[in-house]
Write a protein that binds this ligand. Structure first.
Ligand SMILES: Cc1cc2nc3c(=O)[nH]c(=O)nc-3n(C[C@H](O)[C@H](O)[C@H](O)COP(=O)(O)OP(=O)(O)OC[C@H]3O[C@@H](n4cnc5c(N)ncnc54)[C@H](O)[C@@H]3O)c2cc1C
Length: 356
């Protein structure tokens, strides 16, 4: 295992921002992970786990510790219990997420077709319970295998033990920094129908002739990627609108009774959508952060130095070229303050802050 010094981190992130890692290592196996974690402990340095770098803002000073990049590869399938007829896919944490979705869709299994086009690795998906276009990873995770840096041992978690909620799991909340995910097991449905819950997606197939039948999983995944591209939410070489970390703010979840107050602040009824399943979401709705930001006076394309609001999606902050982390945070600060002034709502940042 080769531990390198002063390695530039910006090229490992979709923002293209951030200073160097004091130490940096690529882990290709579970043994490498255990060894690297042991090295960090022996040397008393902080450990940061890097996947595809698509949900991060790294500070301009970089990270004064060991960055462990997860490079474990391999995908295997195994049939699940006969009574469910579902298939379990075992995917190593360093696999490219969109490549995995493509493989599952080509294999005729339903469950993650709407999550096509999300950048990053398999190992990143349970961390913030990724979701898009009507699907969330929590609903298809069977179990997660991870290395516990405190106990120096591997452990397996069932989906229920992962503590999933909107953009949340035990891995980014109560146990933040404790576990390194090495493998995720997904329970998918052979021959299942695609999920067509999301309005944009339904619109994409609105003119389909009855004779053409239900869209296939591959058609739905392709439509999701197309929609994502129109919003700058697909990584496309040379597209400045995708030099981002995706959505920079989470959609606030508010009590339904709050909607009247929000409408009065904005002179308009706010759009809303279900907060999600679970008793904790009863009587609550999600209000799109993009709408709040627009109503607070920020249009697509608004710029502050080399940082900007994407020209195609108000929720994504982008690096126009040479932006510093400080510039991104200054823009984020302006936006949050304006939303709070107008609506009394504190926006929460979605990307993970590293080295601040
Ligand atoms: C253009 C664009 C569009 C996006 N669209 C969406 C979207 O639609 N929905 C959505 O939910 N997200 C979206 N994202 C955010 C991001 O792609 C996801 O959160 C993704 O799952 C992050 O995975 P990653 O491997 O890049 O993680 P990284 O960004 O490398 O890391 C993010 C966090 O996860 C931790 N982590 C990563 N891998 C592991 C591991 N193996 N073990 C333990 N911890 C780990 C890191 O330590 C860090 O805390 C988008 C991002 C971009 C740039």
């Amino acid at each position: 295992m080769l531990i390198m010094e002063n390695t530039a981190l910006a090229p490992f992130t979709t923002f293209g921002i951030g200073g160097p890692a004091r130490w940096f290592v690529e882990a290709a196996s579970e043994d490498d992970i255990a060894e690297a974690a042991g090295w960090a402990r022996e040397h008393g340095v902080e450990l940061f786990v890097l996947g595809g770098g698509s949900n991060l803002l790294i500070s301009d000073a970089g990270f004064d510790g060991l960055v462990l990049r997860v490079g474990l590869r391999g995908i295997e399938t195994a049939s699940a219990a006969e009574e469910t007829g579902q298939t379990i896919y075992h995917a190593a944490a360093g696999e490219d997420w969109d490549g995995f979705v493509e493989r599952v869709v080509q294999g005729g299994c339903a469950g993650i077709e709407c999550l096509a086009g999300i950048p990053g690795t398999v190992g990143g998906t349970p961390v913030q319970n990724v979701g898009a276009y009507g699907q969330e990873i929590a609903s298809v995770i069977e179990s997660v295998r991870a290395f516990d840096v405190e106990q120096h041992a591997f452990q397996e978690f069932t989906a229920a033990e992962c503590g999933f909620a909107y953009r949340r799991s035990r891995f980014n909340s109560s146990d933040h920094g404790r576990y390194i995910v090495t493998c995720v097991n997904y329970r998918l449905t052979p021959g299942g129908p695609p999920t067509l819950r999301y309005a944009d997606l339904q619109k994409a197939f609105a003119n389909r002739e009855a004779a053409e039948g239900t869209p296939t999983l591959a058609e739905v995944a392709a439509a999701v990627r197309r929609i994502r591209q129109t919003k700058g939410m697909l990584l496309v070489e040379g597209d400045p609108d995708c030099r981002s970390a995706g959505s920079f703010f989470k959609n606030p979840v508010v009590a339904e009774v709050e909607l009247k107050r929000i409408a009065a602040c904005g002179d308009k009824d706010p759009p809303r959508f279900p907060a999600g399943p679970g008793p904790e979401n009863a009587g609550r709705v999600k209000v799109p952060a993009a709408w709040l930001i627009e109503q607070a006076g920020f249009a697509k394309g608004y710029t502050l130095g080399a940082a900007a609001v994407s020209t195609r999606h108000t929720l994504a902050l982008i690096n126009r070229g040479g932006a510093s982390a400080q510039e991104i945070l200054a823009l984020a600060g302006q936006i949050s303050a304006a939303v709070e002034n107008r609506f009394g709502i504190q926006l929460e940042m979605e990307p993970v802050m590293v080295g601040f």
